[in-house]
Design a protein. Structure first.
Length: 235
């Protein structure tokens, strides 16, 4: 089952679903929409009329990326809807065409990451400064958290349901990029193993980025918090 948080992504939804259906047929899709002013939820409901495998959790306000993923994960686990979940974005930055590879790897690996920073991976339509910032952020996060993953801020991630049940999702409080790091850190501390495979990340072509100063500062703070936990654990 795919988890896709949305906020003002109406223009991407039909194209995204079409590409998912072409890649993995009737794989269930669980959208979480935060009351998008552009009518994203209405577009999802329109698609639901002809696709019974699309689910929608419509939330009353803008709760944020991390809480959207957490709420979806908890609902899926509570109702035992799937043996795995795959977190991906609505902005077409992650290639749905690689979902079959993700699902294949999830049969043998608890957590699977579509990575920009392993051989064969990369990013399209990025400036040199954006590449430098992203690479530096991942090096910073990997060093401080101690998680043996090349792409700590990867948002194209698959989890076996059993792996998610091994952590307390209510204790994962970060949003934005920090949520992606905190999930990996929490799973690593539980002894969970990771697999990475290469993807080419594509910069969004429609809609507006949700990146903000708050998300940036949270992304800087979390690795420091993780380092403090590691030090406390050793002392």
């Amino acid at each position: 089952m795919l988890i896709i948080p949305t906020y003002n992504e109406r223009g991407n939804i039909a194209v995204l679903v079409a590409r998912i259906r072409k890649a993995v047929g009737d794989e269930p899709i669980f959208f979480v929409d935060d009351n998008s002013p552009d009518g994203t939820a209405d577009e999802i409901r329109r698609l639901q009329e002809s696709d019974e495998h699309i689910h929608l959790m419509a939330r009353p306000g803008k709760g944020g990326y991390g809480s959207a993923c957490r709420d979806a994960m908890k609902e899926i686990l509570r109702k035992d809807l799937a043996s795995y979940v795959i977190q991906t974005d609505a902005d077409l930055s992650h290639p749905p065409e690689l979902l079959p590879r993700m699902i294949e790897l999830l049969q043998v690996c608890p957590v699977v990451i579509g990575s920009r920073y392993v051989a064969g991976g990369g990013a399209k339509n990025w400036s040199l400064s954006r590449r430098f910032l992203s690479f530096g952020a991942n090096l910073y996060a990997r060093t401080l958290t101690g998680v043996p993953v090349h792409d700590m801020t990867a948002g194209f991630v698959g989890y076996q349901a059993a792996a998610l049940r091994g952590i307390d999702l209510d204790h994962i409080r970060s949003e934005g990029y920090a949520f992606l790091m905190e999930m990996k850190f929490s799973l690593h501390r539980r002894g969970t193993s990771f697999c990475e495979f290469p993807i080419i990340f594509s910069e969004r072509e429609a809609g507006k980025s949700k990146f903000s100063r708050k998300i940036l500062f949270e992304g800087i703070r979390f690795p420091l918090k993780a380092l403090a936990q590691r030090i406390a654990g050793r002392s």
